[in-house]
Design a protein around this ligand. Structure first.
Ligand code: SAM
Ligand code: SF4
Length: 453
């Protein structure tokens, strides 16, 4: 761990995060960037000198949650000099509106400006005025965020790709996160090496379209350009790294090399999150997904041929404009065919500025709700069946922390389920074989088979 150069008493920063893993990761990075300025993290908003609200704009409720949190902060009082910053995709999309609706906010900045946070805070302190920073300057961002993070456990997220050019007609990401860019192989390698040296054993490579990642192959490797499959194989060779995951992938960017890596690279965990959104070709076209249901099913078959035990996960949207009963039935049929281990499902939410928002044949809320219920019942059955199929099997579990009850440890299976087992704390940070004996709504329980070496 690097030395803390904080003056005493340290200032405190409270970060509240909504949305995707990319936001969780960005929040960690912001906390890391603020350490040299003397800010220690706190869970209690009221005692913080700086409150950062890191927002998500994917569905409507996110912006409402921001304003209600701002109202709560105002009502419950806060440190008199505390600054409030709004970060993330709502800040990117609605910067001016936030300033107008919430004058108590001091800083507003989008995901492309995090690396300037120390500078913005210094400037805000000097001017005692608000700062609005939502211009895209993506290329600088990875450079500045490159080395700043300290590992806090045995698993870590590493951003390898940002942004999206795919412009699905329902989605705000291309407008809030900017164009697709890949972080360089050398930077990623350096960050993973540093995390491994701090004890991290599992890394999850992150990107809005993570499998669109491409980068220069290291000198002497005999290749020019690498895709995500080669990057995973490369990271697997870093001492200390035992498990690799990546999320979120797009069907259009699944290449043969990545599929092959699932069969050949043991450290690549048998779990693939590959959203399809709908089972209807007509709706997929209206969504501008650029693939058919059949293309997706072929990819799932290929991945399963490479790695038969793989757990498939996905995202589904019901109630996209024009989705009739037949289209919804096609989604249900696709879900039955894939048989997901887990899957996120959402009602379509009209995002201002996206083409979907002004399409004809918007679907009534009651229909969306009924379809979502039906879909979620099927997905829940599939998830429970997948979990039940693991009872009696021995899985390698990476223990990450103590469980809720005394003597219990909590970890993750290769398929990303939470697993609980009784065991000594010395096993935290180790990968240990566990016989799975029970399933619970969101986790598995089991018995240690032997202690890790
Ligand atoms: N890049 C990924 C992909 O292509 O599938 C997903 C990124 S998005 C942050 C995560 C998920 O949110 C999407 O897969 C989609 O299911 C859901 N989502 C995005 N916009 C939505 C909207 N307007 N309404 C409902 N769900 C939405
Ligand atoms: Fe959004 Fe589509 Fe890009 Fe995923 S691929 S981030 S859903 S525009």
């Amino acid at each position: 761990m690097s030395e803390n150069s904080a003056p005493t008493p340290p200032k405190k920063v409270h970060v509240k995060t909504w949305g995707c893993q990319m936001n969780v990761y960005d929040s960690e990075r912001m906390t890391g960037l603020l350490k040299p300025l003397g800010y220690a993290p706190t869970e209690i908003a009221e005692e913080a000198d700086l409150v950062i609200l890191n927002t998500c704009h994917i569905r409507e409720k996110a912006a409402e949650k921001l304003y209600s949190e701002l109202g709560r902060l105002k009502k419950h009082g806060r440190n008199a000099d505390a600054k409030i910053a709004v970060a993330g995709c709502v800040a990117q999309a609605e910067g001016a509106e936030i300033r107008a609706r919430a004058p108590q906010v001091d800083l507003v900045f989008g995901p492309q400006s995090y690396h300037r946070l120390p500078e913005m805070i210094a400037r805000a302190a000097r001017e005692k005025g608000e700062v609005l920073e939502t211009e895209f300057e993506a290329e600088e961002k990875f450079d500045a965020l490159g080395q700043s993070r300290e590992a806090e456990g045995y698993t870590a997220f590493v951003t390898v790709q940002e942004g999206c050019d795919k412009f699905c007609t329902f989605c705000v990401v291309p407008y809030t996160r900017g164009a697709e860019i890949s972080r360089s192989t050398d930077d990623i390698t350096a960050e993973v090496r540093s995390l491994a040296a701090q004890g991290v054993r599992e890394v999850t490579l992150l990107g809005q379209n993570v499998n669109a990642w491409h980068g220069a192959a290291p000198a002497g490797s005999g290749a020019d350009d690498w895709g995500l499959g080669q990057l995973c194989r490369h990271i697997a060779r870093i001492d200390g790294i035992e498990r690799i995951r990546f999320t979120t992938s797009h069907p259009r960017d699944m290449d043969d090399e990545l599929i092959a890596a699932f069969g050949e690279e043991e450290k690549l965990m048998p779990y693939l999150h590959l959203p399809v959104q709908s089972g209807s070709d007509r709706i997929l076209k209206a969504m501008n997904r650029g693939h058919t249901a059949e293309d997706y099913l072929r990819q799932i078959d290929a991945v399963r041929a490479a790695r038969p035990d793989i757990a498939i996960s996905g995202d589904m949207i019901v109630g996209f404009p024009g989705e009739d009963d037949k289209a919804f039935e096609e989604t249900m049929a696709l879900v039955r065919e894939v048989n997901y281990a887990s899957c996120f499902s959402f009602k379509y939410s009209r995002r201002p500025g996206t083409p979907g928002a002004t399409m004809p044949k918007q679907i009534a809320e009651e229909i969306k709700s009924a379809r979502l219920l039906e879909l979620q019942a099927l997905l829940e059955d599939q998830k429970q069946a997948f979990n039940a199929g693991l009872v009696g099997k021995t899985l390698p579990v990476l223990f990450e922390k103590k469980g809720r009850s005394p003597g219990q440890l909590s970890g993750r299976s290769p398929y990303l389920q939470g697993v609980f087992a009784e065991g000594p704390e010395s096993l935290i940070g180790q990968i240990v074989p566990v016989l799975i004996t029970g399933t619970h709504p969101n986790s598995l329980s089991g018995i240690l088979q032997k202690e890790a070496a």
